[in-house]
Design a protein around this ligand. Structure first.
Ligand code: CTP
Ligand code: MG
Length: 554
């Protein structure tokens, strides 16, 4: 991490950093001046998956010598990378260079005998390291440097915003502070890989792939971990052409529908996680949801996990969002800001319900950026025209084709500032005809609403679905009121901005303060800044952000 003072003393540094160096972990480079080809989503994902398969998770004694620890593990082979983090104890994530090292480590690892309790002997890649002689090893040991896995304190972010050079810098600063780190991304892929080991007990060739905000480049530290149990490699769509006169098929159990198959598979995997998945707690099977899922906490990583299967389209929409996020640095900055603004004003919630979701907000930002002149983002239909034969993708009858190679998409000629875009975003949606129009990123223009839900956002691939069907009229109204008010605040500021040295919240910082729609009247807003900041801190108290919002899934 670069020292904060450098970020602040150098105007534009944050923006430049974010574009050049501090890419979200595992994402493509977004600097249009940079000529290195941008990686495809599937390349990034398969590299991450392979890396996770060579990685182990180790619960360590609280005081440990890093040097001795690495020396001990290196007996099993060279180590590529490691880091420590704290989460109810000290953990280490260790990536070996070769997969064989894992077998070597497992071969010298024993199943504990627990006295009165009994252990279920499942040989995973999640270990516990014990000191043979704790008393003489711990004394005087320096503690290791830990990487942070949770959101920075709201106060810190708020202070950074107040010190920024301009509104654009504020948006980039927010993104940089909240985005997933390299270590957190590794931990997410490792967690999927550990769950894959459990699922592989039943389905040896399965894959557990992260999707949603963990991989679409819009994830914030603390967001949930959406996992997709992929069984397609298990011969179902086997590419092998049968030679000769015969065709061999597995004898399988048939059930009346795909949905029932999904429920049965998730039910059994849920049982496995519950009964012998190390570190998996609070397993809930939510099988009657529109998209059946198993929800659990992975204690060691601290992730709230949602495991689904037969949900391939969601994986495609993650890839689409990844592409949009990589096309222009302003996209992620605006999405992070709108998400954070919505959270600060309780427009989104960690409890499923009539609230707008982060996914819907992201689509709204993309739609808005498609509507600029010239557009900042292309429509999905345009991305489809750039696709070649290899990109063709039909899932359950839905055409999910779009270009996978980001380098084929021309950067936008639009040079609007983030400050302007943020203001215009609030104005645009503060005045949007939600009562008659639907938001549609496929065509990049409003469509007539096909049904009467207050907010209609077409699912980009399953076009008959509304991704915000859950949103109530009153929640939509709250969004509109807040958007109008935020546009108003930004306009007022144009007339006279407090000097950055005055310690007054300004720009984005002012937008995150509690507002009219939260029951505070405009007149009362002239309260001392200290009180308003206190309210803000309460309203954006860190915690798993919108982590269990599955309203779209249920
Ligand atoms: N999804 C969908 N339709 C919905 C809800 C979700 O297609 N109505 C898909 C999207 O691809 C979304 C993913 O499921 O990205 C995960 O959903 P969710 O966890 O609710 O959203 P995230 O994008 O992961 O955002 P968050 O950070 O709030 O978890
Ligand atoms: Mg999610």
């Amino acid at each position: 991490q670069r020292p904060v003072h450098r970020l602040l003393s150098n105007p534009g540094t944050v923006a430049a950093d974010l574009r050049r160096e501090e890419q979200p972990a595992g994402s493509a480079e977004t600097d249009s001046e940079d000529r290195t080809p941008k990686k495809r989503f599937c390349e990034v994902q398969s590299e991450r998956r392979e890396q996770a398969q060579r990685t182990v998770l180790i619960h360590c004694p609280s005081k440990i010598s890093e040097k001795k620890f690495l020396k001990y593990l290196s007996q099993h082979g060279p180590i590529n990378n490691h880091f420590f983090y704290e989460s109810f104890g000290l953990y280490a994530v260790v990536e070996f260079r070769q997969k064989e090292s894992l077998a070597s480590l497992q071969s010298v690892t024993r199943t504990p005998s627990l006295g009165a309790e009994a252990a279920i002997p499942f040989r995973s890649r999640y270990f516990s390291l014990k000191l043979k002689n704790p008393s003489n090893q711990t004394s005087g040991q320096p503690s290791v440097q830990c990487s942070n896995q949770s959101s920075p304190a709201s106060r810190k972010v708020f202070d950074l915003l107040c010190c920024a050079e301009n509104v654009d810098d504020q948006l980039y600063t927010l993104t940089k502070e909240l985005q997933l780190t390299e270590e957190n991304t590794r931990l997410r892929h490792l967690t999927c890989s550990l769950i894959e080991d459990v699922a592989a007990v039943y389905f040896p060739d399965c894959a557990v792939r992260p999707f949603g905000s963990s991989v679409n480049s819009f994830g914030k530290l603390g967001c949930d971990l959406d996992m997709f149990l992929d069984l397609d490699d298990i011969g179902k769509f086997s590419a092998h052409k049968a030679s000769g006169n015969f065709l061999m098929e597995f004898q399988v159990k048939n059930v009346p529908s795909e949905r029932i198959a999904t429920q049965k598979i998730l039910s059994v995997i849920g049982e496995c996680l519950d009964h012998f998945g190390p570190g998996c707690v609070g397993v809930q099977k939510i099988l009657n949801a529109r998209c059946p899922l198993v929800r659990f906490s992975h204690q060691a990583s601290g992730f709230q996990c949602d495991l689904t299967t037969n949900n391939r389209i969601a994986l495609r929409s993650s890839e689409l969002l990844y592409i949009y996020g990589a096309l222009d640095a302003r996209v992620r900055a605006l999405v992070f800001t709108v998400r954070c603004w919505a959270r600060a004003h309780s427009l989104t919630s960690s409890i499923p319900g009539a609230w707008i979701t982060n996914f819907s907000l992201t689509i709204m930002v993309i739609f808005f950026l498609q509507r600029r002149s010239p557009p900042i983002l292309p429509t999905l239909d345009y991305l489809k025209t750039l696709a070649d034969a290899e990109d063709k993708c039909i899932i359950e009858g839905h055409n999910c084709t779009f270009v996978r190679d980001l380098n084929k998409i021309k950067p936008s000629g639009n040079t609007e500032t983030l400050e302007l875009l943020l203001k215009e975003f609030f104005e645009y949606f503060g005045n949007f005809a939600f009562n008659k129009n639907s938001i549609n990123i496929r065509q990049g223009k409003e469509q007539n609403k096909p049904e009467s839900s207050p907010l209609h956002i077409q699912n980009p691939f399953e076009t008959s679905l509304n991704i915000s069907k859950n949103v109530s009229q009153s929640q939509l109204q709250k969004f509109i009121d807040l958007a109008r008010e935020s546009a108003w605040i930004l306009h007022q500021e144009d007339k006279g901005r407090p000097s950055p040295s005055s310690n007054q919240p300004w720009g984005l910082a002012a937008l995150l303060l509690p507002s009219v729609a939260n029951g505070v009247s405009l007149a009362k807003k002239k309260k001392p800044a200290s009180e308003r900041i206190k309210n803000l801190l309460e309203s954006i108290k860190s915690g798993p952000e919108n982590s269990t919002n599955t309203s779209g899934k249920r």
